[in-house]
Write a protein that binds this ligand. Structure first.
Ligand code: ARG
Length: 563
């Protein structure tokens, strides 16, 4: 039974409101002394022309309280106290029936959502900053998918623009083929950085770069071939990192994909009468919105980043008929997206309202800011490998006889990094600190993964439960609080989706793991007073493991059975 629904049904029997309206109004009180569910009477007070306190009191007298321990009115609220044992039993049984599906729903059935994330630049290093958006995007995708939304995962590759003309020029001048074969990205980065240094001394290099980009845009064979080579080499490198993280995409349509779709967009903007000349460039004025103009075409005729985004947005609408189009991109690009979305609206696309920039902060080590120009970046692959190595050291100290140590270290090490990225509100910067991230008993990935493995080890020791299960023995506050946390899983997912903030699920998992450890420390499981109590506790352990596994899966972390 779904208690929230029951609360809503009991209220509906007495008031003139739709069931789903009531359900949306129901709150979870901040303290358990105030009950498990609360219904605020403010909305009713308008239609009934009565003080909310009075309505709460009258409802309390009328309402059928069967299945609840008690119902109380407190000021303008009607507070419901569930029958604890009944609640605990229901939650556990629901989880153990639904298993891997627990937490899912078909709320989003029939709705299409584009989720763009990662969107790395080819020929540039895949650095630690990229994992931020990559992890957020994947988590949002998993969560939306779990609620039945039909999602398209898009990697809007940065594979077009004048920098590729510069790269071609640099390649012709300085590339070492052998190095390119061995470590493509570092060689490409080396010559790109060299190009910038040399161009400072000899600005005519920039003209050469522009010339090559023009040739690339015009489809000249040699330039296209080189560009394709840079792209293939880069993607091969990126794939390796995506594989480590278990990241996948449905589309790799990046900026180059839109190179032949921009003229149509520019025409359309022109037809709407909003394309104006400014210092030789073509722009859309956005003064009215307190923004600088959106540049559509530069003075030299080249299209830019924003134009490609306009084309991409229109293409996504046409191709996927999205209900929502999400862009997981760093907060530094807020103005850009504001300009693009506003331009789309000025073009008469009402659906621009459904485009959403999901911004995130920066990643720092100590006080170094990451930048690719200078080449002093921390590569994501190095970071992940370091995390795996450090985790392996911990395992060697704590549990040297563990089977599959390498595999466990990989899942826990990578999980620790992902967890750290998704632990806080996404607009907050991350300051990396190994000792914090890898700790087994802080609010960390390893802590949650360890709680799962601990639960699984208890279940392994106990073997299959086939005797009597007495749920009425799960009557302690630790057991009830844990069951209540487990029951809140779907709510946490929906909150994450509403706010496009994965940390809500991450935090939820910490809460479940903490609740589990409290329960585990307060009650003996294997030596419970009788078999039926032991069995009931084992069911609670099993349900907890299931929720931890499902939840970690949503944020992209794999569980380990032993650690
Ligand atoms: N490649 C860009 C960068 O690294 C991010 C692309 C963001 N997505 C977009 N549709 N503009 O800055």
């Amino acid at each position: 039974m779904d208690y929230k629904k029951l609360v809503a049904v009991r209220i509906q029997e007495n008031v003139d409101l739709e069931l789903d309206v009531i359900e949306r109004l129901i709150e979870i009180p901040p303290k358990s002394e105030m009950g498990d569910y609360a219904f605020p009477c403010f909305q009713l007070s308008k239609t009934l022309r009565k003080a909310p306190n009075m309505i709460a009191q009258e409802l309390k007298e009328k309402i059928n309280n069967e299945g609840f321990e008690k119902i109380e009115s407190l000021g303008p609220y009607l507070n419901f106290f569930v029958d604890k044992v009944d609640f605990t039993k229901n939650s556990i049984e629901k989880i153990l029936t639904e298993r891997d599906r627990y937490g899912s729903s078909d709320l989003g059935h029939g709705k299409n959502i584009c989720v763009e994330y990662s969107s790395v630049n080819i020929a540039k290093p895949f650095h630690v900053g990229h994992l931020f958006g990559t992890a957020i995007g994947r988590a949002l995708y998993e969560m939306l998918n779990s609620q039945g939304y039909n999602c398209v995962r898009i990697n809007h590759l940065g594979d077009w623009g004048t920098q590729f003309g510069k790269l071609i020029s640099a390649y012709k001048r300085w590339c070492n083929e052998e190095a390119l074969e061995k470590e493509p990205i570092s060689e490409l980065l080396r010559i790109y950085v060299k190009f910038h240094d040399e161009a400072e001394k000899d600005p005519s290099l920039n003209d050469e770069g522009r010339m090559y980009f023009k040739k690339l845009e015009d489809g000249c064979e040699e330039e296209v071939k080189l560009w394709q080579k840079f792209k293939d080499l880069s993607l091969k490198e990126f794939e390796r990192v995506y594989d480590m993280l278990g990241i996948e995409f449905d589309s790799y349509a990046g900026e180059s994909f839109y190179s032949d779709k921009m003229d149509a967009v520019i025409d359309e903007i022109d037809k709407k009468g909003i394309l104006v000349e400014s210092n030789g460039a073509k722009v859309v004025m956005l003064d009215e919105y307190n923004m600088p103009p959106c540049i559509i075409k530069k003075a030299d005729g080249a299209t830019i980043y924003a134009t490609r985004d306009l084309a991409a947005a229109i293409y996504r609408k046409k191709t996927y008929n999205f209900d929502k189009s999400i862009y997981v991109v760093g907060a530094g690009q807020s103005l850009h997206f504001n300009q693009v979305f506003t331009t789309l609206k000025l073009m008469g696309n009402d659906w621009a309202e459904d485009c959403n920039h999901v911004a995130y902060g920066l990643v720092r080590f100590a006080d170094k800011k990451l930048s690719t120009r200078k080449g002093d970046v921390v590569l994501l692959e190095d970071l992940l490998n370091e995390s795996i190595e450090k985790t392996l050291q911990v395992i060697n100290e704590k549990n040297p006889d563990l089977d599959n140590k390498e595999d466990v270290a990989k899942k826990v090490g990578i999980g620790a990094v992902i967890f750290a990225y998704l632990k806080n509100s996404r607009e907050k910067d991350i300051v990396f600190d190994w000792s914090e991230i890898l700790s087994f008993d802080g609010e960390t990935g390893p802590y949650v993964q360890y709680s799962y493995a601990r639960g699984k080890s208890i279940l392994r020791r106990a073997g299959e439960v086939n005797g009597e299960v007495d749920y009425s023995k799960l009557n302690s506050s630790e057991e009830f609080e844990l069951a209540k946390s487990l029951e809140g899983f779907n709510k946490a997912i929906l909150n994450s989706i509403d706010r496009l903030e994965p940390f809500i699920v991450t935090r939820y998992l910490i809460e479940v793991a903490k609740g589990f450890n409290k329960f585990y420390n307060a009650h003996s499981i294997m030596n419970a007073e009788d078999e039926a109590t032991k069995n009931a506790r084992l069911k609670l352990v099993e349900a907890t493991c299931q929720v931890l596994k499902n939840g970690l899966g949503l944020i992209g972390i794999q569980v380990v059975e032993k650690m």
